[in-house]
Write a new protein. Sequence first.
Lengths: 358, 165
Amino acid sequence: MYDFTSLIDSITTSLNRNFSPFWAGTISMMLLGIVLLLFYAVLGLYLVYAERKICARMQNRMGPNRVGPMGLFQTIADLIKLLLKELIFIRNADNFLFNIAPFIVIVASIMAIGSLPFAKGLQAVDLNIGVLYILAISSMGVIGILIAGWASNSKYSVIGAMRSGAQVISYELSVGLALLCIITFAGSMQFSEIISSQKDGWWIFKGHIPAMIAFVIYLIAGTAETNRGPFDLAEAESELTAGFHTEYSGIKFAFFFLAEYMNMFIIAAIATTMFLGGWLPFHLFQWHGFNRIMDFIPPLFWFFGKTAFVIYVMMWFKWTFPRLRIDQLLALEWKYLLPINLMNLVLIAFLTLMQWHF
Amino acid sequence: MALLKTIKEIGNYFYEIYDGVTSLVRGMKVTGSYFVRPRSIVTQQYPENRDTLKMFDNFKGELMLTHDENNQHSCNVCNTCARKCPNGSIEIIYKKVEGADGRSKKILDKYIYHLETCSFCGLCVPACDELALKFDQKFEHAVFDRSTLTKVLNKPGSSSKASKE
């Protein structure tokens, strides 16, 4: 019903009719880039706002409520403040790496957004190895963090960056294995095919308890991968002032900040796509009337609703649990999540072999 | 025996997972319940709710000398509060008058309170044997002129209850 393929196609054909193939390609790429960048900035700002509101409510506070109605323009004001702030250059820092690090972080997350399926046909690139691509590209961000920590020439930064490196390298495994469970179910790494395999039910319901275990492990490991929540050792403001971005100021700091929130969005969006049916509406088995009503709700709403739910759960984690120590962090991954995940994967492979999932 | 020990260890491993997950869920229940109950918000919207804002009974705003309906306070010029005050914020000016029995007696002239040096430690209030002092709930102390922070606490024309003989 809501299919964006024809819209995208009409834009492409009209571009091709009016311009030479080279210019048509350039213009479509630029349009796509502008749309994605705007989306990135606006969504990042409002995720910061949402986080501040949600954490305030969880701590019996009000949250921002002075700038604009209900404080809606607070983060925009913050952004303007950060844009106007001086960029401080550190005397003994490695200037080239110091300046390039925030861009590596932010480019990694922008590239990951490119392959997310927002609705039918609304996907910048539908790679046939989409899951692998996202896993690969989202782990590029840690290189930016390591470079930032190293180039700052500050002990806090370098400790934060090292912690972040250890954390991301170990939790990458859990994220990958948890996603591998769904890849085993769906038999494909292409996002569009994974979604179409969930037409008759989301994998979290179809895959029985193993899929739920995989979902929980994915949420934990995904939170760790974004350096958030109880796993924010890389920043750990009470120990390391601000961790890897201690020495950054102004808009470069804002890049790190924005990238953290967008990484959270990407993790939540992948969880939505893999476990919660992506942009597919919620269907109950034989209730055709109910299913028809659900079909009328646009897929963008479904996608962002499910993503918002997962983001809310991740914020819930962050504002409830105390921070882990570095040894506890590694013990959680290597002693608990990884063995459980491996057993789970074997179980899921068996379920798929016997065709026991719905 | 070794087998038993291994089984125990494995059981312990799973018990730890169970214990960890349940305690995490318990914590999430607390924050989740705060999230869905807006009434649990404790923040006061101060400039807006200025008319209805009620401070707490034990809030230490500024010092006051309690007066009853006959405009009488119970200070007997013992000077204990002034001596207890770590900042010297209290100055008591008294005058000597001839009592009924012919002996000279101290009577409070001015009870001077320097709000600008007061640290609101509250040592003066329990020091007073006559229970003459109290903290009220005023907290808007910002003024343009520092001299207005020096206050005379006894009201004009008030007399002392403590002059009972």
